[in-house]
Design a protein around this ligand. Structure first.
Ligand code: SF4
Length: 473
């Protein structure tokens, strides 16, 4: 007898996998009143993923009845949402937590908690447990949704150090969020990273790539749009890999198209990886003017040998081909990047290759770093053989080069009219307003009528090293 074989439907399979890993957040009734009459403070270090996580922590705290205050001195509970990407950032956090000891001694009832990427490092958990008795609560990125329960244990008098070394692989939906700005929203599209660049600790602290269902992402964008958001930034450690874990061929381009079709005024995404870029993503950017013409595209080095040792998965010429392709297809697109100097074995000639790449791309700005080994990463076993003085000298040279192009690019803006999403008064100079242009340039400007959240036409009148000055027109 002839059998009827049916090929599996890829979309149905994807939905099945999505459903299997999706968990809904739930806050029990007895936890909803735990914070009534109490206050909280959150200090956030590091990248946008941490900023977004802090918004979720704030959402949970407010759901429990806590109210926000501006400092640990005023707060009943203070959380330090940490970053582990650089050693210097960790030392800074430890210094700040160390300085809380007198406050804890004077007010033992105050609760101090550490969370975020540092809390996922075994060595850090041991260090904090033993040497920082002022810390009452420590939890990592893999069990953030357990925070209300962990906090209730601390409030009942139990010092709670609970870190899951591996996530369950699930994606938790429906967590509350207290966004810092109503007109700009970060929307996570995926968590974790599978790239394992040899210097980077993120795959160990944030876990494997887990994508959210596109329906959940789009629902969140529509919700923030309905609440007045004008700009959405799609977040992931490596957004171009979106959907790969779900078996999607070209998940990010599909998602970006759907996100753009919601009609939100501005869409950005962060961070891109040069290795996973697809032509279709560029096409979506070309076809949708609400996808902003500004890209953060980390290159890290201009030397193929160093890129290989970093396990970046592309050569400098592949990076440049992508760069040229985007410049050609998206007029006016701006680029920023990340660069590391002094990676193990980097020679003068290889550093010169990085400078040449910078000369070619003339980035608007760059996050530049001196390499420092992160315990537990493959590169930590490489001989860190570039002397610190050489690293510093290369960094200074690189910063000068990047700064020159940034200034030149800004000078070319004088006389242009740019659409700026106003962030309110500038922190540095409250007599002017500030905001970002579509090209993601910081613009300070004068206006008698503009308010935070308005999109304002600004005529650029002056260029500074890392910002522009203008007048609303
Ligand atoms: S892509 Fe590389 S640098 Fe970026 S988070 Fe993943 S491992 Fe780290």
């Amino acid at each position: 007898m002839k059998k009827n074989y049916q090929l599996p439907d890829p979309k149905a399979e994807r939905n099945r996998r999505n459903e299997a890993r999706r968990v809904d957040f739930c806050l029990e009734d007895d936890l909803r009143t735990l914070g009534i009459g109490k206050t909280y403070y959150i200090r956030t270090y590091g990248c946008q993923a941490n900023v977004r996580d802090s918004e979720t922590l704030a959402g949970m705290l407010e759901m429990m009845g806590f109210n926000p205050v501006a400092s640990p001195e005023e707060a009943d509970i203070s959380l330090f949402n940490t970053c582990a990407v650089r050693k210097a950032a960790e030392d800074h956090v430890l210094g700040e937590i160390g300085s809380l000891k007198p406050l804890k001694q004077a007010h033992p009832e105050k609760i101090f908690g550490i969370c975020g990427c540092m809390a996922q490092e075994e060595s850090m958990v041991a260090l904090v447990s033993e040497r920082y008795p002022q810390v009452d609560l420590l939890f990592g990125t893999h069990n953030m949704e357990q925070f209300p329960h962990l906090l209730s244990r601390v409030m009942a008098g139990e010092r709670t150090i609970q870190v899951e070394s591996e996530g369950s692989g699930s994606v938790v939906e429906g967590m509350p969020v207290e966004r810092s700005r109503h007109y700009k929203a970060f929307v996570n599209i995926m968590y974790g990273c599978d790239k394992f660049c040899t210097y980077c600790i993120v795959p160990y602290t944030r876990g494997k790539e887990r994508s959210r269902r596109s329906e959940d992402v789009i629902r969140e964008i529509l919700a923030v749009k309905a609440q007045g958001a004008k700009e959405v930034t799609l977040l992931g450690q490596n957004v171009n890999a979106y959907g790969k874990d779900l078996g999607m061929e070209d998940g990010f381009s599909e998602l970006l198209r759907e996100a753009a079709d919601t009609g939100i005024e501005r869409i950005r995404f962060y961070t891109s990886h040069p290795r996973d870029y697809r032509e279709s993503t560029i096409d979506v950017m070309v076809e949708h003017p609400n996808v902003m013409p500004a890209l953060h595209l980390p290159v890290q080095s201009g030397s193929d040998e160093i890129l290989k040792r970093m396990n970046r998965g592309y050569t400098s010429s592949q990076f440049l081909t992508l760069y040229e392709r985007m410049k050609e297809k998206i007029p006016g697109i701006t680029f920023t990047t990340d660069l590391i100097v002094g990676f193990p074995s980097e020679t003068d000639a290889q550093f010169e290759e990085t400078l040449s790449l910078v000369d070619h791309c003339q980035f608007d700005s760059a996050f530049t770093f001196v390499y420092s080994p992160r315990e537990g990463t493959p590169a930590a076993s490489f001989e860190d053989n570039v002397p610190l003085a050489v690293k510093k000298q290369r960094l200074a040279q690189l910063n000068e080069r990047v700064g020159n192009y940034a200034r030149r690019n800004n000078e070319a803006e004088v006389g242009q009219i740019r659409k700026v999403l106003c962030d309110g008064a500038s922190k540095k100079d409250p007599s002017v307003l500030c905001g970002y242009s579509e090209e993601n340039r910081l613009v300070n400007f004068h206006s008698d009528t503009a308010r935070e959240g308005d999109v304002v036409n600004v005529k650029i009148t002056e260029a500074r090293s890392f910002s522009l000055l203008g007048e609303a027109v």
